[in-house]
Design a protein. Sequence first.
Length: 157
Amino acid sequence: MKYLGNKGQGAMEYLMTYGWAILVVMIVGVVLWQLGVFNAGQGSPVATGFVRLQPMMPSVAYYGGDKFNATFTNNAGTTIRLMTISLNETVAGGNCTVTVPTSSVIAGGVFSISATGCPSVDTGASYNLKTVITYNSSLAGITTSHTETGYIRGTAE
């Protein structure tokens, strides 16, 4: 029986080096896919970056004329009071005028926003809205201000 010597070790090092490289490339690819990088905004709306206030995606609609509607869920764990909401369309460039709901939103509750005066985007064209929501929450008698920032991408209807 012949002894392989260092050949077996060399082969194992080769497999381990390229195995780790392939694994890293796969992980990066999956992360980018989950972040929506490969979705250029076509098809159903996609939301990224939202943590406590999350859009209910079936309710999201950007009407190419200049209107946007969406319903959000309050997952902050406490009742909140909405202060300001800004929508900035990053593809066409420009801000929307948002109607901010005036009532408090209980934990787990929903609220809807509507915006007009948004940059005109042709029907079927991609949009990308940077959404910034500022709200106050009270817990144990202490009121704190929070900001939720995220992006909503999709195709104008």
